[in-house]
Design a protein around this ligand. Structure first.
Ligand SMILES: [Ca+2]
Ligand SMILES: [Ca+2]
Ligand SMILES: [Ca+2]
Length: 444
């Protein structure tokens, strides 16, 4: 079978230089009518905004701005025209550097492997457009070919290799589109070598099965749940906690995790200690199931599963409150350890303190778990996180011989003269106490 390369050799042997395209040589021989546009003209269709490059009197679509740039076309040279349909569209193209001719059909290209094939379709050598290599590359190879009068459809892997689809089901399984099938003649069909047949793809079913918790388990907020599942043909999942009654679809969904890889098919969830405080729509108890969905960017959640039965989650027990000064005790600086508010799940410490020189903030426990504080006006001032004690305002200094003063020992029963009284920091001191026993001053 002769090839286009051979054809080119023949033309070169006839004296044409390599830089002159063989197709243009043919065009000259065919004496075409005068062209409306010149080679390289860049035309923009006024109605579609598509841009075309002109060659050999025909237009070829430049399929993207990137292709336009890759070909080093000049944006400033684009002419917008309104009657582009008058300019024929090339359905045979080649690049300047390669003699291979491609036929364009359904916006795909396919290489015509020989001059015989070209001729078998009664194609016109004069109707080949020479285009920038990037324009040629921007067309995909026609993926599907079928010989007229044959039921067999082939997938075209490369310019020279085809694979027979063994059945309609295999065609469907591979997602091919019947609209893309291009009918070709026996000669062209025979020019491809034949690779392995394309069979039916084994049916793969996506599935997710929740393994744990699957019903009957008990958890406490603040603890972890080891969520496990099995999956097939699912790469990522989203995990929810749901409280719909068994056998129903609704309920509230709490998002535990999303976009989780199924590599380990497990996820450890720490139930927040304040779960029921922050999510009041959920009641504690045996109300819960795990739902796992196939995670897809388009939210296709058709593949899913949930725990077969309910499991239980209950609130964490509240920590107990303690108070170092045992409740409301204004004259002792205390420290409390308890929940600071109803949203708190962990105890915190607070010290009694003086708000100003007369006002005490006194902490005490409420309902065994919570901190509460009183604001108290100290009658004798607030110092060192507590109220000052009531100062002495009077003192009896009577006949010391009749009282045990200050201790109940016999030595102190001796009368003593009071020679001095001194007040110091709210207290009165008796000077010159017990001269005979060398005691004093004695604090009263
Ligand atoms: Ca299940
Ligand atoms: Ca207290
Ligand atoms: Ca106190």
């Amino acid at each position: 079978m002769s090839t286009l390369r051979k054809f080119k050799k023949v033309v070169v042997a006839a004296g044409l230089s390599l830089t002159t395209t063989v197709w243009l040589a043919s065009a000259v021989l065919m004496a075409p009518t005068a062209l409306a546009y010149s080679d390289g003209d860049l035309l923009k269709d006024a109605s579609t905004a598509n841009i075309y490059v002109v060659n050999n009197g025909m237009k070829v679509w430049v399929r993207s701005a990137a292709v336009f740039d890759d070909c080093s076309y000049d944006w400033a040279k684009i002419k917008t025209v309104s009657n582009l349909s008058a300019t024929p569209t090339a359905d045979l193209i080649k690049s300047a550097s390669n003699p291979d001719v491609y036929r364009l059909e359904k916006n795909f290209k396919r290489k015509l492997a020989s001059t015989e094939i070209f001729t078998s379709y009664s194609l016109d050598w004069n109707k080949v457009g020479t285009v920038c290599q990037h324009v040629l590359d921007s067309y995909s190879i026609a993926p599907l070919i079928q010989q007229t009068s044959s039921p067999d459809i082939y997938w075209v892997q490369t310019d020279t290799l085809k694979h027979k689809m063994t059945s309609w089901q295999s065609f469907v399984d591979h997602g091919f589109n019947i609209a893309d099938v291009i009918g070709i003649n026996a000669m062209e069909m025979g020019s491809y070598s034949e690779g392995a047949e394309i069979g039916v793809t084994p049916t793969v079913t996506k599935s997710i099965t929740v393994v744990a918790p699957n019903g009957g388990e008990s958890y406490t907020a603040g603890n972890t749940v080891n969520i496990k599942w099995q999956s097939q043909e699912v790469s990522k999942v989203s995990i929810y906690l749901n409280d719909a009654p068994i056998g129903t679809a609704g309920g509230s969904d709490y998002s535990i995790a999303t976009n989780i890889n199924t590599v380990s098919d497990s996820y450890t969830w720490l139930i927040p200690g304040d779960f029921f405080i922050k999510n009041p729509e959920f009641a504690t108890g045996n109300n819960f199931r795990i739902r796992i969905y196939n995670y897809t960017v388009d939210n296709n959640t058709a593949t899913k599963d949930e725990s077969n039965n309910n499991f239980s989650i209950v609130s964490a027990p509240l920590p107990m409150c303690s108070d170092s000064d045992n409740g409301i005790n204004y004259e002792v600086p205390g420290t409390i350890n308890g929940l600071s508010n109803s949203m708190a799940t962990a105890s915190s410490e607070s010290d009694d303190y003086c708000l100003d020189q007369n006002t005490l903030i006194e902490y005490s426990c409420l309902d065994d778990h919570y901190q509460q504080k009183n604001t108290y006006t100290c009658p004798y001032g607030c110092e060192n996180r507590a109220c000052n004690k009531k100062p002495y305002t009077s003192i009896k200094i009577g006949n010391p011989g009749l009282v045990q003063f200050p201790n109940s020992d016999s030595g102190d029963r001796i009368a003593r003269g009071v020679q001095d009284l001194q007040a110091y920091q709210g207290r009165i001191y008796v000077g010159d106490g017990d001269a005979s026993n060398n005691r004093g001053p004695i604090k009263v």
